[in-house]
Write a protein that binds this ligand. Structure first.
Ligand code: FES
Length: 88
């Protein structure tokens, strides 16, 4: 499944890099995930976290990335941003 639409990065690519020992920042630099609109950041971070928890297969935790309309989106649903990206 594509996690980052802007950069066409899949959950498998993210998991493969995370299982290789890369943290989110490394994966972001390598793949470009969450470097444009940022709507995929929560899901990408969740996948990396799950992979680092030594789970054999990462599964997208939809509950952890609750969909909320962004103030600038005109009411359409977008992924919520992490507190880190909001501080930037
Ligand atoms: S969907 Fe990943 S940066 Fe836009």
């Amino acid at each position: 499944m594509i996690v980052c639409v802007c950069r066409r990065v899949s959950d498998r690519e993210i998991a493969r890099h995370a299982h290789a020992g890369m943290d989110f920042d490394d994966i972001q630099f390598e793949l470009g995930v969450a470097t444009q609109c940022g709507n995929c950041e929560c899901m990408a971070r969740s996948l990396v976290q799950q992979c680092h928890a030594s789970r054999p297969m990462a599964a997208i935790d939809h509950a952890a990335c609750a969909q909320q309309p962004a103030p600038h989106s005109g009411g359409s649903l977008v992924w919520s941003s992490s507190p880190r990206s909001q501080a930037a």
